[in-house]
Design a protein around this ligand. Structure first.
Ligand code: NUP
Length: 222
């Protein structure tokens, strides 16, 4: 873990239920969006678009410039163990606190030890093979040392099943807003966080959109 003095993901949960995803083309937009939302955003998810747009040095600067926040790399890793470990070490070096891995690589997956691992067990689009054998995906995931899991925020039934099976995991759920999910409903069914991208970064008033999402999460209604 880096030297930053930010909170861990469980501490953040007490203050905010939104993880901001940014998948922009323009390097400047990553800075602009984070400027706009300021300290009200505590956790940010970046992915391959950020690495491609900003470059790895640019991502490192962005994370360094916002050391009050928890950063997750949505790597959706699914390689053999020694490669996953190498990639995770590089990502930790850029300042990331957590990384997302695919669950389908199964119980022989030795998760990287350098950062928090979130295992994806179902997707917002689909059905995928995960849904064809959700029980198996969950069993595989239980065998992996992890901080939490990723389940679709637009599929409340899957969130509920996952929460029953993973009572103490941090559940993070994309698919809120632009992909049809409701953060209130996701939280009601057991999600700890909604991951929200376009509904915030493409909004004409990102701060207002964020406030509305936090309100809905607190109300926890479908
Ligand atoms: O199943 C998934 N669906 C999904 O959209 C797993 C994900 N990690 N994501 C990510 O969530 C996707 O890569 C994007 O960064 C974010 C959703 O963005 P938006 O639909 O809120 O703009």
């Amino acid at each position: 873990f880096g030297e930053a003095s930010h909170m861990n993901i469980e501490e953040i949960r007490g203050r905010s239920r939104v993880i901001l995803a940014i998948d922009e083309e323009e390097p400047r937009k990553y800075w602009n969006v984070l400027d706009a939302v300021g300290s009200s955003v505590k956790a940010v998810k970046l992915g391959w678009m950020a690495i491609l747009s900003l470059g790895s040095d640019g991502v490192k600067s962005l994370i360094n410039g916002h050391d009050d926040k928890y950063f997750i790399m949505d790597a959706k890793m699914a390689d053999v163990n020694f490669i996953n470990e190498k990639i995770a070490r590089r990502m930790a070096g850029l300042g990331f606190d957590g990384i997302i891995m695919h669950g389908f690589i199964g119980p022989s997956n030795a998760p990287p030890s350098v950062m928090d691992v979130f295992v994806l067990i179902s997707m917002t689009q689909g059905p995928t093979l995960y849904d064809a054998s959700l029980e198996r995906a969950m069993d595989y995931t239980k065998a992996i040392d992890r901080r939490g899991i990723v389940v679709p925020g637009n599929k409340p039934d899957i969130i509920r099943k996952a929460r029953e099976q993973f009572p103490s995991d941090v559940i993070i759920s994309p698919g809120i807003g632009a992909q049809g999910g409701s953060i209130g409903c996701a939280v009601k069914h057991g999600a700890d966080f909604g991951i929200v991208g376009r509904s915030i970064y493409e909004s004409s008033d990102p701060v207002e959109s964020l406030k509305r999402l936090e309100r809905e999460a607190a109300e926890s209604q479908c």
